[in-house]
Design a protein around this ligand. Structure first.
Ligand SMILES: [Zn+2]
Length: 480
C-alpha cells in the first residue's frame, strides 16, 4: 500500500538542493524565455537596446512577420514599449494572442509561428544568428537547471542549424560546420559538468512538410541517423535521435530505416506521438520504431490495446501537462461516461488535473514522467512539478495531486528512460532512495515507498549485491 505525502515547499527545496530531478524532454528552441529572445534580438541588431526601436525589418519573402518586435507583447493592452531607457518591460511576453493571428485557428500554430524565430531555423532570421548565441542560450539554461535541481537534461537540438550559424565562416561542408558547432557545445557540456549537471543532446528533425525541405522523409530520416552516428563518434554527448511535427502529416514507415540505424548503434531513439493522434497511431509508432522512449503518448489512454502496448513495451511516456494546457491539446471522451474513448468526441483536456497523466499512472500502471518541453514559453520544469503536485494549482476533490511518493517514482521513470550512463542512473536511484529514507525518518513516517518492481531499482539492488555498492547508500538504503 502506497503512503500519500503531499508535496510541500521544504520537500521540493530539499530535493532540488540534492539535484534529484531529471529532464528528458525539452527542445532547444523552447529554452528561450521572452527576455532572452529579446536580448538576443538586441545583440543581433534587430531591435535598439535602449529605445526598443526596430532597427531593420525581416527580409525573407515568406516570413509572416515584418519586424522582430512583433514576436512580443508588453503592457496591459499588449502595445507597451518592449524596452524603455534600456530596461526590458517587466511584463514582456510572447505574442501568442489569437486576436493577432486571424489567419490561424489552432493554438499550436500560433505558438509554432513564434517558436520558429527563437532558433532562426525557418527563415534564417531570429534570435540565433551566430554560434555564440547558441552558447548564450545554453548558459542561461544552466542557471535554470541548477536552481531547479536538474542533475541531467537532454536537449532536442537540430544540428543542421550549424549551416545557419556558420553561414559566413568559410567552413565548406555541412559536416565541417556541424563539427565546429559540436566543438563549441563540448565546452558548454564541460561547463554544465562543473556544476554537476549532465548535459546531452538529441538530434531532432521535423518529419513533416513544415520543415520546408521538400525531400523524401525516408531519406531525411536516414540523413538524420547518419548525422547522429557521425557526431556521436567524436562527441559522445550527442546521444540519439528525435523527430517532431504534426502527427497527421507523415508516414511512420518512412522513419523506420533511419531509426533502425540509430538503434543498431545502441543509441537513444525517441519520437513524438500520441499527442495529436490517438491509440492506433501510438501502437503503430511503437511497433514500427522500437523506441527507447515516447514524447507525450497520452492519447494511448483512449484505447485499451494501446495502453497495453505501451505497458508491455516498458515505455516511459514523457508528459508535459502545462504545455498541453497552454496549447489546448485534446482527447476523445465518451459522451456517456465522460471517460477517454477512441470513438468519443474530441475536446480540450484543460487544467492539469484533467490530464491523462494521473489515470495512466494510477489506474493503468503506465510509466510516466514530468517534462517541460518548452520551458521558456509555458513554464519551467519546476513549474510543471508545482502544477502537478497541486502546489500551484487547486485540485478538485475527486483528483488527488501527485504525491511525494508518486513524484519519486515518476522521477525514477525519467532517470530510467534518460540517456544517462547506467552507473549514473544507479547512483541517481540510490541517492533518491536515500533521500526518501532520510526524509521519512525525520518526519517519523513509518513506511517506505512501494516501488513495485521498478526495473531501475531492481538493477540498483542487484549491483549492490554484486559488491558494486560504493555509488549507493548501503544495503538498507533501498526498501521495497
Ligand atoms: Zn516535444
Amino acid at each position: 500500500m502506497q503512503t500519500y505525502t503531499p508535496m510541500t515547499e521544504p520537500l521540493l527545496k530539499a530535493m532540488q538542493a540534492r539535484g534529484l530531478f531529471v529532464e528528458t524532454h525539452v527542445h532547444f528552441p523552447g529554452l528561450f524565455t521572452p527576455e532572452l529572445t529579446l536580448s538576443l534580438g538586441i545583440k543581433n541588431g534587430w531591435v535598439h537596446g535602449h529605445t526598443g526601436e526596430v532597427l531593420r525589418p525581416f527580409a525573407h519573402p515568406k516570413n509572416p512577420y515584418k519586424h522582430y518586435s512583433e514576436l512580443f507583447l508588453a503592457g496591459a493592452d499588449g502595445k507597451g514599449a518592449l524596452v524603455k531607457d534600456g530596461m526590458v518591460a517587466k511584463d514582456l511576453r510572447y505574442n501568442l494572442d489569437p486576436r493577432n493571428y486571424p489567419d490561424l485557428k489552432i493554438a499550436f500554430d500560433i505558438f509554432d509561428r513564434v517558436y520558429a524565430f527563437t532558433h532562426s531555423h525557418r527563415f534564417g532570421e531570429g534570435a540565433v544568428m551566430q554560434a555564440e548565441d547558441v552558447a548564450a542560450v545554453m548558459a542561461s539554461y544552466l542557471g535554470q537547471c541548477r536552481e531547479q535541481g536538474l542533475r541531467h537534461t537532454e536537449v532536442q537540438f537540430n544540428f543542421t542549424m550549424a549551416d545557419h550559424v556558420f553561414r559566413d565562416s568559410g567552413l565548406k561542408t555541412p559536416e565541417a560546420r556541424q563539427h565546429a558547432l559540436c566543438e563549441l557545445l563540448a565546452v558548454v557540456v564541460e561547463e554544465y559538468a562543473k556544476h554537476d549537471v549532465n548535459l546531452a543532446f538529441l538530434h531532432c528533425f521535423n518529419k513533416t512538410v513544415i520543415s520546408g525541405i521538400g525531400d523524401d522523409l525516408e531519406e531525411r530520416t536516414v540523413r538524420a541517423a547518419d548525422l547522429v552516428l557521425r557526431l556521436n563518434r567524436d562527441f559522445p554527448f550527442v546521444v540519439g535521435i528525435q523527430s517532431a511535427g504534426n502527427e497527421d502529416m507523415y508516414d511512420v514507415e518512412k522513419l523506420k530505416r533511419g531509426y533502425d540505424m540509430v538503434r543498431a548503434a545502441g543509441l537513444e531513439s525517441g519520437a513524438h506521438a500520441g499527442e495529436g493522434r490517438g491509440g492506433p497511431h501510438v501502437m503503430k509508432v511503437l511497433d514500427t520504431l522500437q523506441l527507447s522512449n515516447l514524447g507525450h503518448g497520452f492519447r494511448a489512454i483512449e484505447l485499451d490495446e494501446a495502453i497495453a502496448a505501451v505497458r508491455e513495451a516498458g515505455m516511459v511516456l514523457h508528459q508535459c501537462p502545462i504545455v498541453n494546457r497552454a496549447l489546448e491539446s485534446k482527447l476523445k471522451y465518451d459522451s456517456q461516461s465522460g471517460k477517454p474513448h477512441a470513438e468519443g468526441e474530441k475536446r480540450n483536456i484543460g487544467e492539469v488535473y484533467n490530464h491523462p497523466f494521473f489515470e495512466l499512472l494510477r489506474s493503468h500502471g503506465v510509466r510516466v514522467n514530468i517534462c517541460s518541453d518548452n520551458p521558456g514559453f509555458f513554464g519551467s520544469y519546476e513549474e510543471e512539478v508545482r502544477a502537478m503536485t497541486g502546489m500551484s494549482v487547486a485540485f478538485p476533490k475527486h483528483v488527488k495531486p501527485l504525491s511525494f511518493e508518486e513524484l519519486v517514482i515518476t522521477t525514477l521513470n525519467g532517470v530510467m528512460a534518460s540517456a544517462m550512463k547506467e552507473k549514473d542512473k544507479l547512483r541517481f536511484a540510490n541517492d533518491l532512495n536515500k533521500f526518501v529514507v532520510a526524509w521519512q525518518d525525520i518526519q517519523q513516517m513509518p513506511t517506505g515507498i512501494d516501488y513495485g518492481d521498478h526495473p531501475l531499482l531492481e538493477r540498483a539492488r542487484a549491483e549492490r549485491m554484486n559488491g558494486g555498492g560504493k555509488a549507493g547508500g548501503g544495503a538498507a538504503a533501498i526498501r521495497r
